[in-house]
Write a protein that binds this ligand. Sequence first.
Ligand code: SF4
Length: 508
Amino acid sequence: MKIPPRPKVILRHCDTYDPGKIRVIVREAMEELGLSPRGRALIKPNCVASKPQFPHAYTRPELLEGVIMALRDRVVEPLEELAVGERCGITVPTRFAFEGADYYPMFKRTGVKHYHFEEVPQVEIPLSHEGRLRDFLFTPEPVAKADFFVNCPKFKSHPWTTVTFSMKNYIGIQDDRHRLIDHDHRLDEKIADLQYIIQPELIVIDAIEAGEGRMLTPKPRHLGLVIIGNCQLAIDAVGCRIIGIDPLSVDHLRLAHERGFGPVDLGSIEVSGDVSLEEAQRRAAGFEVGLIRVEKYFEGTHITAYAGPPPEPERTDYCWGGCPGAIEEAIEILRQFDADCDAKMPRLHVVFGAYEGPIDAAPNERVVFIGDCARWQGEIAGKPIAIESLYKHRRTKNPYSAKHDDVYEKMISVTAKFAEAARSKAPVRLTGCPVSVAEQVLALVAVSDIKNPITDPVNAIKFNKHYLAWRGATALQRLKGQPYQVAGACSRGGAAPEVTAPAPSAEE
Ligand code: SF4
């Protein structure tokens, strides 16, 4: 896993999603970086969610098409494979996200192979670095086998990790079973650990229309940039500088820097291209990042949020990577889907972590405790209530036996829980660590008359078609044999980053 001693980040002006123009930009950048694809070349976009509800959340197909053509332009030896692979937001079939993103016609036009990462075998990657959350991770086989990995994220804010550029895009190189593990208050550490699986040799960020403020439902922000580089920590650091934040304030970048994945200071990164850093900063002036605590986020709405610390309060007093951020994304989804969402929401109280203060709920108002670590004791509307923590330490979570959340099973269980709570007038407890965005969408639908995005006729036919295809593909997988491979099956992953020469940091 080689890290260039003095990484390059190239800022190029690109006003529109013109694949021909993007092809030239990326080809020229590859020439400057001295890169040619080889063997199995794999492109990883960010397609967490797509149209019609999430038009600004994903790497646009025109950008991928430009990258594919540029890679072909730079081929020296025939490639074994050229493919695009992704796992979109959990519980949703990647096929559904790919269709909404108009990826399939692009795959056909360019003749590339594509992978839905939740439908392929998962390979175990051993880890041995200090400070790791666990001793091995699983990743889809095409990632583990890639010889030339290309990361093509979208330039966006993120409510859990401040930004989602290149390194954060790795959350999509795990299927649901493994992605949910450690997706909690130590999410940044998980992202830093994922870096040991593979490092891209080429990164192309879609910053033509960037996403501001949020991750699934960002406000579009025209930056007119394609950002290209050969070190993803360096490119993310420059991305942070563009929006005016210190890269070391983003925990997964800080950790990756401390672990040798590259420099973050501008003195150690060569920035070139036809757009100066100052011009990029001018275009991004006032760029909104989405880091906002849940109590503040819901101020002025019908929802009152209460958040106490997650387990390991000595590390943090707030779970940035889990349930509280998920409910912010959930309500944003519903707002996109139903213009009357806020008006339709009845008074609701949501409680996270080990919260210790009062809960000011009237007798007819719902109270929902969200997440395994929720813990509370007191009176609600004159009745004594005791909620025990169900949190299980991460050491007890075995990636081999991890299960994914099935959206239909969740729909049934969430509906039943709320129906029972309505009868008994008791608070509702949603379990999980984390409770996913999808499950929190279902919960908010269950307490209100807001339209359910999953059962709404606009989405339901396509969603079910892709859901059945996904389930069919994984059933076939099981019939063929084990969905996992054994430890050591991948010889490349898990290695420590190796910088060919020291890359001193001016900030140290
Ligand atoms: S249960 Fe939710 S809030 Fe608690 S640690 Fe897990 S992800 Fe965080």
